[in-house]
Design a protein around this ligand. Structure first.
Ligand SMILES: C[S@@+](CC[C@H](N)C(=O)[O-])C[C@H]1O[C@@H](n2cnc3c(N)ncnc32)[C@H](O)[C@@H]1O
Length: 342
C-alpha cells in the first residue's frame, strides 16, 4: 500500500480542508447537506411490498466463483465467498488507481500492437475499471462517503457509546462514529480472519476523521490510533454478548441475505442492543450507476447473493423485523436508516 508520511497527518489546523491523496480522499469539510431533511417522507408502518417493490438482484457472478464451483461441483460456501470478496475488494483500496491505470494502458498498447485481441480487450477493461474506481472512491469518495455518513449519524443521543460493528471488514463507519461520539469503545466483528490485518490493518493511519472534542464540544480531528478499538474474529451467530451496546451498526450486510434469512440478519442487530440503543444499517442503492458498477466490477465483487435496494425497501425490511425507523435517507451510493427496537 502507498504509505503517506507522518507529516501528512492533519491536525485541527486543517479543519475545513480536503485533499485527494494517492489512494483516498481526506475530507475535513463540515457537511453542507442534511440527508434526512432531503429524504422523501415515508411511513414504514403503512408501506406495503406492493408499493415498495422488491429489490434488484445482482447475478453476474465473478469468474473465480464460477471456476471454484466448476472445480468442486458444489456452490461456493458463503464464508469462502467472503474470503474471496475481502481480498479482492481490498486490492482496490490498496492500489494507487492513477498508476494502475497507466500500467494497464501500457499493457493494452502492447497487446494491441501484437494483435492479441482477447488480451487487449482484458487490458482495456482494466483501464476502464481503474478510471471508474479512481473517480468513485478516490475523487468522488462515494464508498467511504464521510460527509453524507456524518449527516446520517448526526444528532444521536449518545455519550461515550459502546459500538458493535457486525461484518466490520475494515471498520470505517465505527471509526467515524467514534470520532463523532468519542470516549467510548468499538468492537469490530468479522468471521474472515484476513480482515484484521488485511483490511482493518491496511486502513491508513493518517486518515483524518472529523469529530468532536468531548471536553469542549468543538470540532476535532481524530485518527484511528486514538480510538479504543478491538477486533473479534467470530461468526456473528456465535457472539455471546448481552444487550450491552449503545449502537449496533452494519454496512452492506443485510442485502446479502435472501428474504427467508432476513429475520435472522435483523435479529442480530437487536440482540446486542441495550434498551433505547440505535441500530444503524446501510445497503447499496439501486440505481443505474450501481448496477453498472456491479456489472463492470463483477469479477472483483460478485461472490455471493446481493440485492440492490431503495431506502423504502430497506426501511420496510427493518420495520417488519421489529424496528422503528427513526430516520432514513440516501447517501452517495447507499441507503441509510437509524432504528430502535420496537
Ligand atoms: C459486504 S462486507 C461489508 C462491507 C464493507 N464495508 C466493505 O468495505 O467490504 C460484509 C462483511 O461481513 C462479513 N460477514 C458476513 N457474514 C458474517 C457472519 N455470519 N459473521 C461474521 N462476519 C460476517 C464478511 O466477511 C464481510 O467482511
Amino acid at each position: 500500500m502507498t504509505s503517506i508520511s507522518s507529516s501528512s497527518r492533519w491536525t485541527n489546523a486543517d479543519l475545513g480542508r480536503t485533499e485527494v491523496r494517492d489512494t483516498y480522499r481526506a475530507d475535513l469539510r463540515p457537511g453542507s447537506r442534511d440527508v434526512f431533511a432531503d429524504a422523501r417522507p415515508l411511513d414504514f408502518s403503512r408501506l406495503t411490498w406492493k408499493e415498495a417493490g422488491r429489490p434488484f438482484r445482482v447475478e453476474n457472478w465473478s469468474r473465480s466463483r464460477r471456476e471454484w464451483e466448476a472445480q468442486h461441483e458444489e456452490s461456493l460456501p458463503v464464508p469462502v465467498a467472503w474470503q474471496l470478496f475481502n481480498r479482492s475488494f481490498q486490492s482496490l483500496f490498496d492500489a494507487d488507481p492513477v498508476r494502475a491505470r497507466v500500467a494497464a494502458l501500457r499493457t493494452a498498447g502492447m497487446r494491441i500492437s501484437s494483435l492479441q485481441v482477447k488480451a487487449a480487450y482484458a487490458a482495456i477493461s482494466e483501464v476502464a475499471r481503474w478510471t471508474i474506481w479512481n473517480q468513485a472512491h478516490r475523487v468522488g469518495d462515494t464508498v467511504w462517503d464521510p460527509r453524507a455518513k456524518r449527516s446520517l449519524f448526526e444528532g444521536l443521543d449518545l455519550e461515550r457509546p459502546r459500538i458493535l460493528f457486525l461484518g466490520a471488514a475494515e471498520g470505517y463507519e465505527a471509526m467515524l462514529l467514534s470520532a463523532m461520539y468519542p470516549g467510548g469503545e468499538v468492537v469490530l466483528v468479522d468471521y474472515d480472519e484476513f480482515c484484521v490485518e488485511g483490511r482493518f490493518g491496511a486502513f491508513p493511519t493518517d486518515y483524518p476523521f472529523l469529530g468532536v472534542n468531548p471536553a469542549t464540544g468543538a470540532r476535532k480531528v481524530w485518527h484511528r490510533d486514538e480510538m479504543d478499538i478491538s477486533y473479534l474474529v467470530s461468526d456473528i451467530r456465535d457472539l455471546d454478548f448481552g444487550k450491552e451496546f449503545d449502537v449496533v451498526v452494519s454496512i452492506g450486510l443485510v442485502e446479502h441475505f435472501p428474504d427467508q434469512y432476513k429475520p435472522m440478519a435483523f435479529d442480530w442487530h437487536r440482540r446486542f442492543l441495550r434498551p433505547g440503543g440505535y441500530a444503524i444499517l446501510t445497503t447499496p442503492r439501486v440505481a443505474l450507476r450501481t448496477k453498472a458498477f456491479y456489472r463492470l466490477f463483477g469479477d472483483l465483487m460478485n461472490f455471493s447473493y446481493r440485492e440492490l435496494q431503495n431506502v423504502a425497501q430497506l426501511g420496510l425490511y427493518a420495520h417488519e423485523n421489529g424496528f422503528e425507523v427513526l430516520r432514513h435517507g440516501e447517501i452517495k451510493s447507499h441507503n441509510g436508516i437509524i432504528c430502535r427496537s420496537r
